[in-house]
Design a protein around this ligand. Structure first.
Ligand SMILES: *Cc1c(COP(=O)(O)O)cnc(C)c1O
Length: 894
C-alpha cells in the first residue's frame, strides 16, 4: 500500500511545529566595512497579520497557520513561527501577496474570525449570573499561577507535563470564555534542547531567546514606559521585574522578566532557565512568581482599568508565596494576620501534582527566614508588616528544618485538589497529618482529573473527522462524541494509516538528523530511509525520563522484546522520546540504555529514539501511534496527559492502572497492565514487563493484524470507536476547566464574597476559630446510648448493644461536654458502618445528631441490612465559612 501522506501539506504543518530551524553558514571572503540593518516592513494593508501572529490562537486554528504557510511555505515548514515569517519576508513577496486575491480573501477571513472569536460570548458568559456577584462576565475572576506554560514551541517557557497542562488550561479557558489571567516567568533560555552523543548520552543545549522575537508584548503604562514592579531581596537590594503579556486567545498571560539593566548580574539571571540552578536560585524564582506575580497582576489590572481578580489558583506549590503577598495587601488595609489569612484562604485554590513525597518542593527553613527577614530584626522586608514566624509556620512539616511548599499551599487554600481520582486518594493520605483526628478519606483535598486541549492535540487528519462527530462549530467546546457512527470503519482505519505513515516519515528524518548530530556522515546513513514501516503496529512511549515512569521496563527481557519487534507475521515497532532532567544522572543512564538497545543492528529499524521531545514532537507521536504505552510504578503517576492526547487521535491505551487510566480503564477500550503490589522492585518490574509483553504479543498484535475482506481490522477499529466516544469527552480540558469553574472558582468566589461583603465577617470568623481552638481540649463525649442502653466503650472493650430488627431504627443519644462552646459551634455526628475483626469501622455513614431539650444530642438511624453495625459519635466544628469540617484539624471521638 502506498500512502500519500494526507497529504504532504498536513504533514508539513504538523512537522513544522517541531522542527528547529536549520542553520546555514556562508563563508564571506571579503570583510564588510559596515553593516546596514534592513528592518522588516509589513504593508499597511496586511497589518492585521500582526494581530494574528501575536494572538496565540493560531496555535489551535489550522486555517490561520495555513495563511502563514502561504506567505513562505519553506520558511514556515522550517520554523512554524508566524512572527519569524513576517520578520523575514521580503518586500517583493509582500507585493506579490497583495496582488493575490485568494491570499487576501483568506487573510480577511482569518482577521474577521479572530475579531469575532475575541468578541463572542461563550459558555461562561452564558452560565454566569452577574447579579450573584456584581461583576461583568468578562472581568478577571481568577489569576492562575504556574512556573511554566506550554503553549507552543515558539514560546519556550515550559519543560513538560505541568507546563503543557497549564497551557491547555489557558486555551480551554479562552474557548469557554472563562475570565482568567495567567501568571508565569519569562525564561531567557527556557528549557534545554536535547541531542545525543555518539554513545547515546543526552546532550543539553541552551540558547538565548530575544524577547523581541517572541510572541509577547511589553505592558506599557500611560507614558509608554514598560510597567515594572519590584521585590526586596537580602542585602538591601531591590529586584525590578518587567512585565510582558502573551495573548492566548481571550486569556492574557502575564510574564515576569528580571533581565533588566538596573538589576545586579546575579539577579538579572534569575529568570534564565526553567528548573536550573540550586535551591537558592529556585527560591528566588518562586519569590518572583509568587510575590512579584501578585504585585504584577494588581499593577496590570490597575493600569488597564480592570477590576483585580478575586480568586488565585496555585498550579503546584511553586507559586505558594503569592499567599503571603495577598495577606500583606489585606494587612495594609487594617486586617490582622488571621483575618487576612482567612480571606486569602477563602479565595485560593491549590492543585498538587505529585503523589511522591520526594517530588515536593521544600526549602531550608533558615533560607526562607533569610529571604523574609534578611536583617534578622523580626520585621519582614520581603512582605513588610507580615509576622515572619507566622509565615514560617505556614510551611512547617515533620522536619523542623524544612519549609514545605505543598503544606503552605494547603494551609493557604481552603480548596485544594489532586489531578485524578486516584491521585486525590493518595494526596488525602499523604497530607493527612495536616488534618489530625480525621480519617484520610476526609482530608479536604478533592480531585479534578486533568484534561487536554482538543483543538491543539488532534492531528490535521483527525480534525475533519472530529468536526463531523462533534459538529462543525463545537470543536473547541465539544462534550459529546456520540455521533461517532457518522464515520465508517474504512474511514477510521484510513485515518490511522495516514497518521502512522506521516509519523514514520517524520521519524526517519529525525533519526537521520540525530545520527548526523551524533557525528555520523551522510554516506553511512542510507539505512535510515528504510527504518520503521508504515503498516506495522506502532507503539509510542514519550515522556519525561524519570525513574518512576520506567522507560526501560520494555528492556527487562531484551530477547523477548527482540522477538516481538521482529515477529515475521505480526511485527511491532516502537517510537520513543523523552528528556531527562539535566541533574538526573539516573534518568540519563536509563535513556542511554534505551538508545544503545535501539542502536543495535537487527532492531534499529523497529525501535527508534527521537531526540528533543517537546510539544511539536508530542503532536506527531500521539497522532501517529496505534498504541500509547504508559508503565509507571503505581500510584506514582499523578495523572499523565500524553495518553489523553493519544486517545483523541484514535490511538489505544496500554497502561498500568495509574493516573487518569485508573479511573477510566476498561478492557473494551484498551489494555491494562495489572500492577504488582507488595513485591520487591525487581519482582514487580519482571512481572509487569511480562504482562506488557503478553498483552502486546497475544492480544494487541493479533487484533491489529486480523483483517476482514476490505483489509480493515474490524476488532481494532471497534475499540478505536469505543475509546474515542467514551474517553475523548472525559479527557478534554473543556471538561476539566468547567469542573474547576463550577467546583472551585465559583464556590471560592462565593465564600470570598460572603467574607468581604460584611466588613466584620472575617473578624468574627477568626474570633470563632480562636475560641474553638482554645476550648477544644475540653470537648468530650461523656455518655452514649443506643436504644437506651449504654454504648460507650469502657477502656478496651467494645460495648455490645441490643439487637435491632432490619427495617427498624436505632435510637442514638449522647451527652457532650462543650466547655465554653455552645451547641451551635459544633456538629455532633453519629457514625455507623461495618466493623472488621479489629472493631474498626468501614463504609461509614454520618448522621447529624440534633440537640435535645435536656442538652443531649439525638438521632434516629434506619437499620436496613442485617449484620453487625459499628456505631460511635464524634464532634466537629461547624461554621458557614468552613468548606470542610476537617480543615481546622479538630475532631473529638467518643
Ligand atoms: C503532554 C506532554 C507531557 C506530559 O506527558 P505525561 O504523559 O504526563 O508524561 C510532557 N511533555 C510534553 C512535551 C507533552 O506534550
Amino acid at each position: 500500500m502506498r500512502l500519500n501522506c494526507l497529504d504532504k501539506i498536513h504533514f508539513f504543518i504538523d512537522r513544522a511545529e517541531w522542527t528547529i530551524g536549520a542553520y546555514t553558514h556562508t563563508l564571506y571572503l571579503v570583510r564588510a566595512s559596515g553593516i546596514v540593518k534592513v528592518t522588516p516592513v509589513l504593508p499597511d494593508e496586511l497589518q492585521c497579520l500582526y494581530d494574528l501572529a501575536y494572538n496565540l490562537r493560531w496555535v489551535w486554528r489550522s486555517e490561520t497557520r495555513q495563511l502563514f504557510r502561504i506567505i513562505d511555505p519553506a520558511k514556515w515548514d522550517a520554523c512554524g513561527d508566524p512572527l519569524q515569517v513576517i520578520r523575514e519576508t521580503s518586500s517583493t513577496r509582500w507585493e506579490e501577496l497583495l496582488a493575490n486575491d485568494r491570499f487576501l480573501d483568506d487573510y480577511e477571513r482569518e482577521c474577521r474570525n479572530l475579531e469575532a472569536y475575541m468578541a463572542a460570548d461563550s459558555w461562561f458568559q452564558e452560565t454566569h449570573d452577574p447579579d450573584a456577584t456584581g461583576r461583568a462576565s468578562r472581568d478577571p475572576l481568577t489569576a492562575y499561577f504556574s512556573m511554566e506554560f506550554g503553549i507552543t514551541p515558539c514560546l519556550p517557557i515550559y519543560s513538560g507535563g505541568l507546563g503543557v497542562l497549564a497551557g491547555d488550561h489557558l486555551k480551554s479557558a479562552s474557548d469557554l470564555g472563562v475570565p482568567l489571567i495567567g501568571v508565569g516567568l519569562l525564561y531567557r533560555n527556557g528549557y534545554f534542547t536535547q541531542t545525543l552523543s555518539r554513545e547515546g548520552l543526552q546532550v543539553e543545549n541552551y540558547s538565548d531567546h530575544d524577547a523581541a522575537n517572541l510572541p509577547i508584548k511589553p505592558v506599557l503604562d500611560a507614558a509608554g514606559k514598560q510597567l515594572e514592579v519590584s521585590v526586596r531581596f537580602p542585602g538591601k537590594r531591590f529586584l525590578s521585574i518587567a512585565m510582558w503579556t502573551a495573548q492566548v486567545g481571550r486569556v492574557t498571560l502575564l510574564l515576569l522578566d528580571t533581565n533588566l539593566p538596573e538589576n545586579a548580574k546575579d539577579l538579572r539571571e534569575l529568570t534564565d532557565r526553567l528548573y536550573g540552578g540550586d535551591e537558592e536560585h529556585r527560591i528566588r524564582q518562586e519569590i518572583v512568581l509568587g510575590i512579584g506575580g501578585v504585585r504584577a497582576v494588581c499593577a496590570y489590572c490597575d493600569n488597564a482599568g480592570l477590576p483585580r481578580p478575586q480568586v488565585a489558583h496555585l498550579n503546584e506549590g511553586h507559586a505558594g508565596f503569592l499567599g503571603i503577598e495577598r495577606i500583606r495587601g489585606r494587612m495594609d488595609n487594617g486586617l490582622n494576620f488571621d483575618e487576612a489569612l482567612a480571606e486569602v484562604r477563602s479565595s485560593s485554590i491549590f492543585t498538587t501534582h505529585t503523589p511522591v513525597p520526594a517530588g515536593i518542593d521544600r526549602f531550608d527553613m533558615s533560607m526562607v527566614r533569610r529571604y523574609l527577614n534578611p536583617d534578622d530584626d523580626g520585621a519582614s522586608k520581603l512582605v513588610p508588616g507580615v509576622p515572619v514566624e507566622r509565615v514560617l509556620a505556614l510551611g512547617a512539616e515533620d522536619d523542623p528544618g524544612r519549609f514545605n511548599m505543598a503544606h503552605m499551599g494547603l494551609r493557604l487554600a481552603q480548596r485544594s485538589n489532586g489531578v485524578a481520582k486516584l491521585h486525590g486518594v493518595v494526596s488525602r493520605s499523604m497530607f493527612s497529618s495536616l488534618y489530625p483526628g480525621f480519617p484520610d478519606e476526609e482530608s479536604p483535598i478533592g480531585s479534578v482529573t486533568n484534561g487536554v486541549h482538543m483543538p491543539t492535540w488532534i492531528s490535521q487528519t483527525m480534525r475533519p473527522i472530529v468536526k463531523r462527530i462533534v459538529g462543525e462549530g463545537n470543536l473547541a467546546t465539544a462534550d459529546s462524541w456520540d455521533h461517532i457512527d457518522r464515520i465508517s470503519d474504512e474511514e477510521l482505519w484510513k485515518s490511522r494509516n495516514v497518521q502512522r505513515a506521516c509519523l514514520v516519515q517524520a521519524a526517519r528524518k529525525a533519526v537521520r538528523q540525530s545520527w548526523l548530530d551524533r557525528g555520523a556522515s551522510e554516506a553511512e546513513l542510507g539505512w535510515t530511509d528504510d527504518i520503521l514501516n508504515p503498516n506495522v503496529l506502532t507503539v509510542g512511549f514519550a515522556r519525561r525520563v524519570s525513574t518512576y515512569k520506567r522507560l526501560t521496563l520494555m528492556l527487562q527481557d531484551a530477547d523477548r522484546l527482540r522477538e516481538i519487534l521482529t515477529n515475521e507475521e505480526r511485527p511491532v515497532q516502537f517510537i520513543i522520546a523523552g528528556k531527562a532532567h539535566p541533574a538526573d544522572g539516573g534518568g540519563k543512564y536509563l535513556l542511554q540504555q534505551l538508545v544503545q538497545f535501539a542502536d543495535q543492528a537487527g532492531v534499529r529499524d523497529r525501535i527508534v529514539f527521537l531526540p528533543d521531545y517537546d510539544i511539536g514532537l508530542a503532536q506527531m507521536m500521539v497522532a501517529g501511534c496505534d498504541i500509547w504505552l504508559n508503565n509507571p510504578i503505581r500510584p506514582q503517576e499523578a495523572s499523565g496527559t500524553s495518553g489523553m492526547k493519544a486517545v483523541m487521535n484514535g490511538c489505544l491505551t496500554l497502561s498500568v492502572s495509574d493516573g487518569w487510566w485508573d479511573e477510566m480503564a476498561d478492557d473494551e477500550l484498551g489494555w491494562t497492565i495489572p500492577s504488582v503490589e507488595n513485591a520487591d522492585a525487581s519482582t514487580r518490574d519482571r512481572l509487569e514487563s511480562l504482562a506488557l509483553y503478553d498483552l502486546l504479543e497475544r492480544q494487541a498484535a493479533p487484533l491489529f493484524y486480523e483483517r476482514n475482506d476490505d483489509g480493515v481490522p474490524g476488532g481494532w477499529v471497534e475499540r478505536m470507536r469505543k475509546s474515542l466516544s467514551v474517553l475523548a469527552p472525559k479527557v478534554s480540558a473543556t471538561r476539566m476547566v468547567r469542573d474547576y469553574v463550577t467546583e472551585y472558582y465559583r464556590p471560592a468566589q462565593g465564600t470570598y464574597l460572603q467574607m468581604v461583603d460584611d466588613p466584620q465577617a472575617s473578624a468574627h470568623f477568626v474570633q470563632w476559630q480562636q475560641k474553638l481552638r482554645a476550648e477544644w481540649d475540653k470537648v468530650a463525649v461523656t455518655a452514649l446510648s443506643c436504644n437506651d442502653q449504654d454504648a460507650l466503650a469502657a477502656e478496651k472493650d467494645i460495648a455490645q448493644c441490643q439487637s435491632v430488627a432490619a427495617g427498624n431504627t436505632l435510637s442514638m443519644t449522647c451527652s457532650v461536654k462543650l466547655g465554653k462552646l455552645s451547641p451551635d459551634h459544633v456538629c455532633v455526628q453519629a457514625v455507623c458502618g461495618a466493623v472488621d475483626t479489629n472493631d474498626e469501622l468501614h463504609d461509614v455513614r454520618m448522621v447529624t445528631m440534633k440537640p435535645a431539650a435536656n442538652g443531649d444530642f439525638h438521632a434516629e438511624i434506619p437499620m436496613v441490612n442485617p449484620g453487625n453495625v459499628g456505631v460511635t459519635v464524634r464532634v466537629v466544628p461547624k461554621h458557614p465559612l468552613l468548606v470542610s469540617p476537617a480543615e481546622m484539624g479538630l475532631c473529638t471521638w467518643a
